[in-house]
Write a protein that binds this ligand. Structure first.
Ligand code: F0G
Length: 462
């Protein structure tokens, strides 16, 4: 049959509270126009993130009941460690309460004043942890990612020419090379194995450690299977393993491809590095056999790491995202192509060309999607990723102005996707009337989470 169906039945359901536009206008104003300030029950379809928001399987819930909550040496740690070792091939596995805690530990070793960390695109928490250590987080997105309209297969690749130049020019300062798979901030686009092999070569030549930010390792592997020459006959698990084999270690948020609601880990091959990390772990997270998680969480992740590489699951997940991307594109909506791994990305710069980057077109579009249909999305543009140039002191725009519609794993059905398409098309039909937003208040770091906005009545001239 041609129809790709959800490869599961639904055992437990959660009601959605329906709202109308006038109520949503009041709610958004009360949240200072920041979608993070809304109560989840005031959202109809919550596409804020795919992180920790997925539905767990009956096997994961069963595993939760088997959770061993012993402080040290719990059976659940054994299962978690074995599953992570099998999936990644890394001998040392250090559990953390989520991905950013793993990043914090990593930068305690590789960060510090005067250091440079290179990445295709640092996710916001990765950048924040790197910079908090005093190091400089340098993004090197590949040239293919610049064009949001092309169908280039591997827009997540790191720019290998720029990477080599950085290593040649700043060799002593570079403490770590990272590649984020898939490249979340760059549109959920995959990184090819060919690119990872070149990164390995360069890191060997310059004697640098190479870590993956592997939150979405299985989605990356599926897209490699679909798009990279010579990979179509290989399994998702095998391709994922080759990516890990090329690296020295990884940080993982298990809230994504761990298929769990909480958790993360750091894994590596080097025993001395692992010993240092475990010592820090005891101070900030917990004893090395639970590291900030309950035994039951370790069980859910162990099971999730097996379920995520199943071919039918990946096929359904990507078909559902591709369905939305293809329909929006056919209707003339500027949407990032090709479809990425975990989300649909609207190109707000092309959707709302009348709004300049410093009036945050992505935030304006995200707000209107909520007002129009109760959909919660997330700006990934100059609000989240814009930064102050350390040399000139000027605020710099992000590479793209995107709105991310992140799809939680196994949570929404086909008709939810149809509703989403209808809402986006409704906003698109009225796009000329939309105006930008101004920042009324912002915190010092990670401003998109808590900044206050006001709608600008009239867009200023650029
Ligand atoms: N790295 C990437 C690529 C991520 O997407 C995230 C989280 C993290 C690291 C941090 O992991 O949340 O477990 O601490 N991304 C979420 C998102 C928040 O919405 O994309 P965490």
């Amino acid at each position: 049959m041609k129809t790709i169906i959800e490869p599961f039945r639904i055992k437990s359901v959660e009601p959605i509270r329906m709202t109308e536009r006038p109520e949503r206008e009041r709610l958004l104003a009360a949240a200072h126009w920041n979608l993070f300030g809304l109560r989840a029950e005031d959202v109809i379809i919550d596409l804020l993130t795919d992180s920790g928001t997925g539905a767990m399987s009956s096997e994961q819930w069963a595993a939760i009941m088997r959770g061993d909550e012993s402080y040290a040496g719990a059976k659940s740690f054994g299962r978690f460690e074995e599953a992570a070792q099998r999936r990644t091939g890394f001998e040392h596995v250090i559990p953390t309460h989520q991905g950013r805690a793993a990043e914090h530990l990593l930068f305690a070793v590789y960060g510090g004043a005067g250091k440079r960390v290179l990445n295709n695109t640092h996710f916001d928490t990765t950048r924040a942890n790197c910079e908090a250590s005093g190091a400089r987080a340098v993004d090197l997105p590949g040239p293919a990612g610049e064009d949001t309209t092309s169908d280039a297969p591997f827009k997540g690749d790191i720019d290998l020419v720029a990477l080599e130049r950085e290593l040649a020019e700043h060799g002593d300062a570079v403490s770590l090379v990272m590649v984020t798979i898939t490249n979340n901030a760059g549109g959920g686009q995959p990184v090819s194995l060919a690119c990872l092999r070149k990164v390995r070569e360069l890191c060997d030549r310059y004697g640098k450690p190479f870590f993956l930010d592997a939150c979405r390792f299985a989605e990356n592997a599926y897209l490699v299977q679909q798009r990279e020459t010579g990979c179509s006959g290989r399994s998702v698990a095998e391709i994922a393993r080759e990516a890990f084999d090329l690296a020295d270690g990884c940080t993982v948020s298990a809230k994504k491809d761990g298929m769990a609601n909480i958790g993360g880990f750091l894994a590596c091959r080097d025993a001395d590095l692992a010993a240092r990390l475990r010592q820090m772990l005891v101070v900030t997270e917990g004893f090395p056999t639970y590291g900030g998680l309950a035994g039951r969480d370790l069980e859910a992740i162990a099971q999730g790491l097996d379920e995520v590489v199943r071919e039918d699951y990946q096929e359904y997940r990507h078909a559902s995202i591709r369905y939305v991307v293809d329909r929006l594109h056919a209707a003339g909506v500027p949407v990032l192509r090709p479809a990425g791994g975990h989300a649909i990305f609207l190109d707000a710069a092309r959707f709302l060309p009348q709004i300049p980057w410093n009036e945050y077109p992505g935030q304006a579009l995200a707000a209107e999607l909520y007002l129009a249909g109760g959909i919660r999305s997330c700006e990934i543009g100059s609000l989240m990723l814009g930064r102050v140039d350390p040399d000139s002191g000027n605020e710099l725009p992000a590479h793209h102005e995107l709105v991310r519609l992140a799809i939680p794993r196994r949570t929404y059905t086909q008709s939810h996707m149809d509703y989403l398409i209808e809402v986006v098309l409704d906003v698109h039909a009225r796009k000329e009337a939309l105006r930008g937003v101004g920042i009324v208040w912002q915190p010092a770091v990670l401003r998109h989470f808590s900044a206050h906005f006001e709608p600008l009545a009239k867009t200023a001239a650029v």
